[in-house]
Design a protein around this ligand. Structure first.
Ligand code: SF4
Ligand code: SF4
Length: 64
């Protein structure tokens, strides 16, 4: 599976936390009204992308 970076569209994201809830690795954290992604923790499962109700997340493949 290619490693991905998860990109948030801040115009769409309303910080509902669904992506945080489905992430098996705590690679997304919402703190102080900020959405944060931790690349080193992410296992590229894309559960977060599927879970977002407004399509605010995109997975961008990263060359390693
Ligand atoms: S791709 Fe998987 S591991 Fe990475 S942030 Fe999304 S849910 Fe978490
Ligand atoms: S699921 Fe979508 S709208 Fe909800 S916090 Fe995550 S990116 Fe934002």
């Amino acid at each position: 599976m290619p490693k991905v970076e998860i990109i948030v569209d801040k115009e769409k994201c309303y910080l509902c936390g669904s992506c945080v809830a489905v992430c098996p690795k705590e690679a997304i954290i919402i703190e102080n009204d900020e959405w944060n992604f931790f690349f080193d923790k992410c296992i590229s499962c894309k559960f977060c992308v599927l879970a977002c109700p407004v399509g605010a997340l995109n997975a961008e493949e990263v060359e390693q």
